[in-house]
Write a new protein. Structure first.
Length: 269
């Protein structure tokens, strides 16, 4: 579906309203000594807090008022159908483990998508007051030092690259081994960034982000931001990644191809 310029302007406006709404909700609980995290995963630890739930509720209230015809997919409250062909994909706190640990690498993820994937997205880090935006001809970050354009890094060999991921194990043992096959050839590997890793890639600070076990709400906003900044995001087979699963985000097609070949070889082996 084609989105008119008028509609694009409206979607951008609403995305910022959503982020502005979620910011104070998440900050109200961040680093609060009384914050309690519930566990959503009986076999492991997948925390959720009142901040996650309240932030998503607040954003859904905005959409009910501003864009009632659009569908919604949110981490905490699931899918709500719509009639417009557009879906707002919301992760009220991406990186709840970091959030409850007090690290400022979590973020609010907001995107709007059609059947082909995300059209526009933003990664908002409320504590640092940074907002990374991409789509509809926009690629910029607003932060403590002002407004700056987003541009991913120029090509460089993997041996000179920085690779980020969130969990050292990455996913299954096979997925972890595939990641390490790439990371072992890189200059630097860093862990624990959650969505902030994708923001750093869009800002030209790192070269690759490789993850597995993602959901749609984890990756759709980063896809929009990184694509607008000149980067590329696919699954580990080189196909679309907007439904989640395994994702590789790269600063440019050259390093994407180099890392993807290693991942494919490791997974096939």
């Amino acid at each position: 579906m084609t989105v008119s310029k008028t509609t694009q302007t409206e979607l951008i406006r609403v995305a910022h309203v959503l982020a502005d709404t979620a910011r104070p909700v998440t900050l109200a609980y961040f680093r609060a000594s009384a914050l309690v995290a519930d566990n959503k995963d009986g076999a492991g630890f997948d925390p959720v807090t009142v901040a996650d739930r309240d932030a998503e509720k607040a954003m859904r209230e905005v959409l009910a008022r501003e864009r009632p015809e659009d569908a919604i997919l949110g981490e905490e409250f699931g899918h709500q159908s719509g009639t417009s062909g557009l879906t707002w994909v919301l992760d009220p706190i991406d990186g709840t483990r970091g959030y409850i640990s007090g690290t400022p690498t979590w973020g609010v993820l907001i995107s709007v998508a059609n059947a082909d994937g995300p059209l526009f997205g933003l990664i908002d880090q409320p504590y640092i007051a940074e907002r990374f935006v991409g789509g509809f001809g926009i690629a910029e970050v607003q932060g403590p030092t002002g407004l700056s354009p987003l541009q991913s890094r120029a090509p460089r060999p993997l041996s000179e690259a920085t690779v980020l991921t969130t969990f050292p194990e990455v996913g299954t043992p096979q997925e972890g081994a595939a990641f390490r096959a790439v990371a072992s050839r890189a200059q630097l590997t860093r862990y624990g960034m959650d969505c902030y890793a994708y923001a750093l890639l869009a800002a030209g600070q790192v070269d690759l982000v490789i993850e597995a076990g993602l959901n749609a709400y984890d990756i759709q906003a980063p896809i929009a931001v990184i694509k607008a900044a000149g980067g590329i995001v696919t699954d580990w087979a080189g196909g679309p990644a907007h439904d989640g699963g395994r994702a590789i985000a790269a600063a440019n097609p050259e390093i994407h191809a180099e890392a993807l070949a290693i991942l494919k070889d490791a997974m096939d082996g």
